[in-house]
Structures are given as C-alpha cells and as structure tokens.
Design a protein around this ligand. Sequence first.
Ligand code: UDP
Length: 328
Amino acid sequence: MTKTNKTLVTGGAGFIGSHLVEKLLKSGEEVFVIDDLSTGSLKNIAHLKKNKNFHFIKGTILDSQKIEKLAKKVNQIYHLAAAVGVKTIIDKPLDSFLLNIRGTEIVLNAALQYKVPVLVASTSEIYGKNDKLPFTEESDRVYGSAYHNRWGYAMSKGADEFLALAYYREKGLPAITVRLFNVIGPRQTGVYGMVIPRFVQQALAGRPITIYGDGYQTRCFGYIDDVVDALIKLADNPKAIGHIFNLGSDEEISIKELAQKIKKLANSKSSIAFIPYAKVYGEDFDDMARRKPDLSKIQKFIGYEPKISLEESLKRIIDYYGKKQDAR
Ligand code: UDP
C-alpha cells in the first residue's frame, strides 16, 4: 500500500491517467478523477466504475471551485490534465496554452490551501530542439520561432514547471515534476497525432504506414506500466519533493525503423509512405530530430529501470489493437 489513501487524478480519464487510476485503486486507494473528456474518454474508465473507491467528476481544471472542493478531500494529487498531442496543440494553440498554464496554477493553488502534495506531469517536449543527447534534467531548452505553434506546448509546460518550482520554493508546497518521454500502451489514441497507435492501426488494417518527414527523427518510447509504477514511487518518496525527473525509456529508435518493426511484428503487407510535414501540420512546423532521456536521476531516487522493452511494448499494443479489430 502506498502512504496516501485518498488521491485526486486530474485528467484521470486519459490514456496515462486511466492506467494510473487503475493501479491506485488496486492498491486500495480511494481515487477521485476530474476530466473534461476533451481528449480523455469514458471508455478508458468504464471498467473502474463499479469500484466503490472510484469517483468520477466531469469537469475542467479551469473550474477553481470544483478543484478546491476536491483538493480538500484528498492527500495526494497527480496533475495530468493538459492539452495533449501535437495535433491538438497545432489545431487549438490558444486553448491549449491557457488550459495548461491557468489550469496548473488553479491546481497548485488549491493544493497549497490544503497542503496537499502534487505531482505535476510535464513533457520531454520541454527540451525542444536541443541536440546534445541524452537530456539530463539540467539540459537547456531550445525552441524555434515564436511563429511555430508547436513551441506553445513546450512554453506552456515550461511555465507549469516554473509554477510548481515556485510554489515549492516560495510557499513550501510539496511538488514534484515529471517529464514524460513518449509514453505508449493500450488505450492511447492516434487521433491527436501519436505515432505508435497510428502505425499499429495502419499496419493491422493494411493501410500505408505514414512516416512524416524522412523518418530519421528518433524517439524513445516508454511503456505505460513502467511509467505508472514510477509515478507512484516518486509521489511516495519525500526526497523527490522539489525535484524534476525524466521518465520513460532510453531505447532510441528512428521513426523509419519503428515503421519497419511494427510492419514486421504485425505481419503486415502495408506499404510505407513518406509524407512531408507541411502536408500534415502546415508550412510553419518544426519537428525535433532526436530525443533521448538520461534516466540516472530517477534511477538514483527510486531505482527506476524500464522493464518492458520496445519490442515487447509493440507486441502488447499490436495485440490490443488486433483484439479491438476482431471485436468489431
Ligand atoms: N509521426 C509520423 N507519422 C505519424 C505520426 C507521427 O511519422 O503518423 C512522427 C512525428 O512527426 C514525430 C514522431 O513520429 O517525429 C513522434 O510523434 P508523436 O506525435 O507521437 O510524438 P512527439 O512528436 O510529441 O514526440
């Protein structure tokens, strides 16, 4: 059992949130979820509804009264609600920017009123176009032109990180920030641009696998179970308070290799198509060439090692989508 027994998860109907909630409920916690269902889905939490320790509140983190009422009831907050996915950020830059900054400020402020520890989910996007790999928590953040909507996401999450640190340093709020590196697993949707659910569904349906750009860009994909375990361990570790952590996998792969791997593992006859970024995200789009975390800090604090390899993760995700297709 973890040390807390009543927990609030903002964004708990999302991909990462729903897995976290599941794990917290399994360990006997009472869990409150607030989610506006903008990118989260009731389907993600349908199987949890019968658990008497599970409470779902449909609402936005911009509703400070609701958030304060919830903060009063709990002794741990995981703040995961945010505008999510490159597509969302490009399509709705203003809403995304404001939701991430105002929403986080509201959550931190409510937490402070009732002295509730908060874990704030941030993102590897924060490192931007820095090309000195791997990224440590101290690495510089390098952003492109202000005209490129994409950087609004990194800027907004950067503001969230500063807010969490300032609430900790100036007000004593026990806050932890975690930079998530391309988390993958069942329930993740490809609708907001995420590459693995898109490639897997394309491969299973025999449609072309759509690589954006030349496919030489790299990412590291962390499996959801490893990530959720680590989030709980960090929240349970008083030494982690006031710190920022990278979390994910450090197994780097190019998007082209990823497409080939998924095609092979899914036994697919799909072709592989290369699509210019401009066609997908418009002319003013910037991608990052490589992204890889240094995981030594989180390893030192909670003994974190990613247990599930990329190959195993892909097999599980292919299996998940395969079953979903069969069920249709
Ligand atoms: N990507 C791709 N085809 C797709 C979706 C994404 O080639 O159908 C690429 C995307 O351009 C990026 C990488 O895959 O280089 C990871 O994209 P994702 O949106 O999953 O995450 P992020 O860019 O935030 O790391």
